[in-house]
Design a protein around this ligand. Structure first.
Ligand code: FAD
Length: 420
């Protein structure tokens, strides 16, 4: 990794604004394919790797994990990756933990798959970021940090991207990977639709006495989902969704009181529970960009679509953007066109538009249906869950969707490498 902050004019083929998990993955995919790429991030990597930066862990679909392995991240990620063997979904009320079992997804039902891989993996975001940053140092990927991207101006020959420190970068294409407040998206005049959920996710990691056996629990409570997601070393990541007033109180209360509240939902099936890190609060919202591309500019990840975390799909959708965009760019360049070629961008828009928008809307619908205490709706969803639980092909369909292995998969998601 080359960290440049004081150079004068800079030239590259692709400038990626934002070095989060999607931006760095795209940077690696393109650099390993032989393109000249720069990633610019407004924060230094050390800040993003600190334990106080991001307490989340991500449920990584099998296909997303396979892409990271194809990019050489396997050895760095595997020691921290907890296999998800089973997902238990419960519709219930506070107290007693996940006892009213309604729906289960078991990896063993997918054993037709030859490699016996997990449904997916749980990985702490800090480990993903560390692996991506380490891989960046080993490739031709140039990272500029800390420096914010402040704007871009396309023209017939390329795009000029301005940086906050006064420098500019001349590129064929600029990628907006800077999250929900994307400067590139706003500069390109791409509007968004969406709304705030009156929900905040309180996230923390706990250690427990008994093994979780790779079982993820999602427990639907009236104010939102409560998820217990298995991590390595007898730990779970908790995503506890509440109304903002309650989440404020949860963040403010003492550790002893917080644990007492947590146990009411967590139940006693994993024995004694202790805190294994700080608490974090994430206000939730839906945001969908009306387009993914503009002249010489393209959006990926949360810059393109911010979805409800109810089924842990946001990053996975972003990684599907990465795999599709990398393939479109490499295909353009390999036939002598530019990285920012309009036809290549059109192909990306067509490939990703439906999947990303429909995923955002499905997650929104799940949240409306499940974060609700309306009695007729409770009965209806209980019957729906029981019906899916009774029909093995329906369960297998949901598992394959969650593993990210269906649809027209880009090469990287199939574990294949790209090359010019
Ligand atoms: C509680 C919660 C739980 C979740 N759980 C899951 C899960 O289990 N599975 C899953 O798939 N997804 C999950 N998600 C969603 C996932 O975390 C996001 O989709 C993902 O982090 C988005 O990554 P990104 O790289 O697109 O954007 P970001 O993570 O927002 O990264 C943006 C980057 O751009 C940089 N930046 C910002 N502005 C600028 C600028 N102007 N110039 C340069 N750089 C800039 C930032 O410093 C940052 O590094 C969850 C989300 C929440 C809130």
């Amino acid at each position: 990794m080359v960290t440049e902050v004081n150079d004068a004019a800079i030239r590259t083929e692709v400038l990626i604004a934002g070095g989060g998990m999607t931006g760095l993955t795209l940077g690696l995919a393109l650099a390993q394919s032989g393109l000249d790429v720069i990633v610019a991030d407004s924060e230094v990597a050390a800040t993003q790797l600190a334990p106080t930066y991001d307490g989340r862990a991500s449920a990584i679909a099998y296909a997303s994990f396979r892409m990271w392995e194809a990019l050489g991240l396997g050895p760095a990620l595997r020691p921290h990756a907890q296999r998800i063997e089973k997902i238990l979904v419960t519709d219930g009320r506070v107290r007693g933990g996940p006892s009213l079992l309604s729906l289960s997804f078991d990896r063993k039902e997918l054993d037709a798959r030859e490699d016996g891989e997990a449904l997916g993996y749980m990985l702490e975001n800090r480990h993903i970021r560390a692996a991506l940053n380490a891989a960046a140092t080993e490739t031709r990927l140039r990272v500029l940090a800390p420096v914010a991207v402040t704007g871009h101006a396309p023209d017939a020959g390329g795009v000029t991207v301005s940086l906050k420190d006064g420098r500019s970068v001349r590129a064929s294409l600029v990628v907006g990977a800077e999250g929900r407040r994307s400067t590139i998206r706003m500069g390109a005049g791409i509007r968004t639709t969406g709304w705030k959920y009156k929900q905040t996710a309180v996230v923390c990691t706990v250690a427990h006495e008994k093994p979780h056996d790779g079982i993820a629990h999602e427990y639907f409570l009236p104010s939102g989902p409560f998820a217990m997601l298995p991590l390595t070393d007898n730990r779970c990541n908790i995503v506890w969704t509440e109304k903002p007033a309650i989440s404020d109180a949860l963040m403010a209360m003492s550790e002893v009181d917080f644990l007492a509240e947590l146990r009411l939902r967590f139940g006693g099936h994993l024995g004694a529970v202790t805190m294994a890190g700080p608490r974090f609060a994430y206000p939730l919202s839906l945001q969908i960009a009306e387009r993914l591309t503009a002249p010489r500019a393209v959006l990926i990840g949360d810059a393109a679509h911010g979805v409800h975390p109810i089924a842990g799909q946001g990053l996975n959708v972003g990684l599907r953007d990465v795999a599709a965009l990398a393939e479109c760019i490499v295909d353009s360049v390999s036939v002598g066109l530019e990285a920012g070629d309009a036809e290549g961008l059109k192909r990306y828009e067509k490939w990703r538009r439906f999947d990303s928008t429909s995923m955002a809307l499905v997650m929104d619908a799940f949240n409306r249906i499940f974060s609700n205490d309306f009695a007729p709706l409770r009965q209806w969803r209980g019957r729906g869950m029981a019906a899916v639980d009774l029909v093995p092909p329906a369960r297998r369909f949901f598992m394959r969707e969650a593993a990210g292995g269906s649809g027209a998969l880009p090469k990287l998601l199939k574990g294949e490498v790209l090359g010019l």
